[in-house]
Design a protein around this ligand. Structure first.
Ligand SMILES: C[S@@+](CC[C@H](N)C(=O)[O-])C[C@H]1O[C@@H](n2cnc3c(N)ncnc32)[C@H](O)[C@@H]1O
Length: 170
């Protein structure tokens, strides 16, 4: 479920954050923050009026992140990405402008992978962006079946090197 032995590099973080619409977004969601390598950097660039919803399943990662996050507009949630719709609704938030995911989707059983992606599609605004890194190109076909536009960037300075998918329907 964790999918990696060491946290992602700052080089991968730059590529993951590059397409987040920080200026316009009302709601940004991060799935699978782990130790919070991307979370910290997103929080630094977050507008005061933008909500960041961070969803982590693992108890230890969740507790650590929750303990060190004090920003009022950052919601650290202990739960599963598959419950995204309920989580946003419980927080009284609308749909997300952007979902940034580090979930190890290719390690998941197909059923879970499909249901998480359905939840993401359901919760994105029509012009929303989904950003996901993976260590292989295995998910390309799946993402292309869900989104009109899929671009792929490559972060060589990461262990292992990673592909960054940026997906949208507009
Ligand atoms: C590859 S780690 C990524 C950590 C960090 N973002 C990074 O890039 O270094 C994946 C994270 O997803 C979390 N995770 C796995 N399944 C999840 C789920 N269904 N919902 C939310 N988080 C999940 C794991 O606990 C882990 O922290």
């Amino acid at each position: 479920m964790v999918g990696s032995l060491i946290p992602s590099s700052r080089f991968l973080a730059v590529k993951m954050l590059k397409n987040i619409p920080f200026d316009e977004a009302k709601v940004i969601v991060e799935l699978g923050p782990g130790t919070g390598i991307f979370t910290e950097k997103i929080m630094k660039r977050l507008n005061p009026n933008t909500h960041l919803v961070v969803i982590e399943l693992n108890d230890v990662f969740y507790n650590n992140l929750a303990a060190k996050t004090k920003q009022e507009n950052c919601h650290i949630v202990h739960g599963s990405a598959g419950d995204l719709e309920k989580i946003l609704s419980d927080l009284g938030l609308g749909k997300a402008d952007c979902v940034v995911s580090s979930l190890p989707l290719s390690n998941f059983p197909k059923e879970l992978r499909v249901s998480i992606m359905q939840a993401v599609l359901q919760c994105l605004i029509p012009t929303g962006t989904f950003i996901q890194f993976q260590y292989t190109l295995q998910s390309k076909k799946h993402f292309k079946s869900l989104f009109k536009h899929v671009s792929i960037d490559y972060a060589a300075f990461n262990f292992p090197p990673a592909f960054v998918y940026c997906c949208s329907n507009s």
